[in-house]
Design a protein. Sequence first.
Length: 392
Amino acid sequence: MNAIEAVNLGKRYYRRGGLGAASLFGALTGRSGPKREPFWCLRGVNFEIPVGRTVGVIGPNGSGKSSLLGLTAGTIHPTEGHVRVQGRISSLLELGAGFHPELSGRENVFLNAALLGIPREDVKKKFDRIVDFAELREFIDMPVKHYSSGMYVRLGFSIAVEVDPDVLLVDEVLAVGDLSFQFKCLDRIRDFQKRGKTLLFVSHSLETVEEFCHEALLIHHGQLVARGEPAEVIRKFIRFFMGERGGLHQTEYGTRAAEFGDVRLLNAAGNPCETFETGGALTVEIPYVAHRRIEKPVFGFSLKTANGLYVFGTNTQIQKHDIPFIDGAGTVRLALDPLRLMHGNYFLSLSMHSWDHVEQFHRREDWWPFAVQNPTGALGMLQLDSRWSQQA
């Protein structure tokens, strides 16, 4: 049985095109100013989500992810196709959505619940749990127009989960809350999953999608371009939209007195690869061309997670591996053996600069994405050498 089913779902808006503004002269002469050009934020989207599944929606900014959630929640009406939802829906789609700014937090709890069709007597029974989860006991009678963005999120999420929906829709707004509250929300999501609830949420936190979701949907330019097992869909997203070919996060700069060629990531067999294994080998083959003789150049690298967390960085100067000079074409190799990274998606950055750090020859930031799989079952970000012993 499906909790959510979308068939040929599409939403069209209109935006103004051309120059100038509409005027009385234009209306009388038929020249009514700029034309309204159609813009499809979503089109031809088909998917189904069985009851009890958690599905994450990922994609570049402006791809149509939030519109998809709005259509599913019924706050936006489709231009074509339809989406059907079985059971009671609760949603947290945007900051302050469903709140009346002049009303207090207490009044907004009852207002939101009423909009969700929850009887007032049921809300009274749940009220203390809602306030305590949101950690807003001392502010609950304050008008919400005075709330911070974090307070909005805490109250909105608390209402959304405490009304016990069958289907929960959550947009990226959870990123606004503080870290401790995010942990509380994720714990509540785990509880929802154990109880067989259905969740659909948009997130730029790829690690969260991989950890919590049974399936992921990748949206790009209003089209559903990939769906399936989260790790595989995330790799497609990184490969095509966030890496060397995607250009979403990459930056590149330098004088280009020396510059990188076609860098390759190689596995233990020496073959180009995009997925590596914890404890295995990763070799970075770095061709370069120096357009003049450069004395004592410094080569560096750094690694980040797909969520932008800085993992490690060093260079040949720090590691006391002096390169006397470069002139013309050549190649350096960086060996990460054994690879200590744990399961996840990562970005590699490379740089070349002068010994005194005055001149940056070439730097490519977050340019090469790759994935790591961990067969050991251990958890965390890095594999550490650890030994156990026992004394009788």
